[in-house]
Ligand binder design. Structure first.
Ligand code: GSH
Length: 221
């Protein structure tokens, strides 16, 4: 065994992408085993690798971890991306949970039926610009540091950056009214491990395309 974490998922973002981001930000190399067919999923289910019969699954430190939040929590704690005390962790959790809410909206856009896409896009833009981004903009202003919590990188910074970039893929000028989020994006993107992950050829996955949906449906339904 290489000792590197091994990620089991399809070759796309979905619920694994934030886990890839956290490992990359922590400078941890990882291997990936991609599910290509329903049989690949069935095999993992039958051999007892999936506690709740679902992926993401990550082999790490002798465990077969499932549940994406549990996996992210473990990685964040293990690699010091989870604050210096309970109160910092509480803040990080609040910021991250809201990021996940927005991320889920973004992630499900490709799956919307044609007649719901426009409304879904409007909801994304409304929630991003009226509910979530103003909060992070204010946090950065009030906190006055380079990072959202404390004065060092945490998972909140990593997961917010991931989601800001996804939001920009959806609407390129979505950050126009948020100058501090724009400078945050530039600053965090420039952290060496993250900069490397943002380069072409890294294990970061591209946005899901409409053409990928039928293949995913075949694996998971
Ligand atoms: N709460 C779980 C997590 O966050 O990991 C949800 C996992 C989940 O819904 N996984 C999907 C799956 O494995 C793929 S993204 N579906 C197959 C099934 O439920 O049988």
């Amino acid at each position: 065994m290489s000792g590197k974490p091994k990620l089991h998922y399809f070759n796309g973002r979905g619920r694994m992408e934030s886990i890839r981001w956290l490992l990359a930000a922590a400078g941890v190399e990882f291997e990936e085993c991609f599910l290509e067919t329903k049989d690949d999923l069935t095999k993992l289910q039958k051999d007892g690798s999936l506690l709740f019969q679902q992926v993401p699954m990550v082999e790490i430190d002798g465990m077969k971890m499932v549940q994406s939040r549990a996996i992210s929590n473990y990685i964040a704690a293990k690699y010091n991306l989870y604050g210096k005390d309970l109160k910092e962790r509480a803040l990080i959790d609040m910021y991250v949970e809201a990021v996940i809410d927005l991320n889920e909206l973004l992630m499900t856009h490709t799956f919307q039926p044609a007649d719901k896409k426009e409304q879904h896009f409007a909801t994304i833009v409304d929630k991003a610009t009226n509910r979530y981004f103003p909060v992070y903009e204010k946090v950065l202003k009030d906190h006055g540091q380079d990072f959202l919590v404390g004065n060092r990188l945490s998972r909140a910074d990593v997961q917010l950056l991931e989601t800001l970039l996804m939001a920009e893929e959806c609407k390129p000028d979505i950050l126009v009214k948020f100058p501090l989020l724009q400078s945050f994006k530039a600053r965090i993107s420039n952290i060496p491990t993250i900069k490397k992950f943002l380069q072409p050829g890294s294990q970061r996955k591209p946005p899901l395309q409409e053409k990928d949906v039928p293949k995913l449906m075949k694996i998971f339904h």
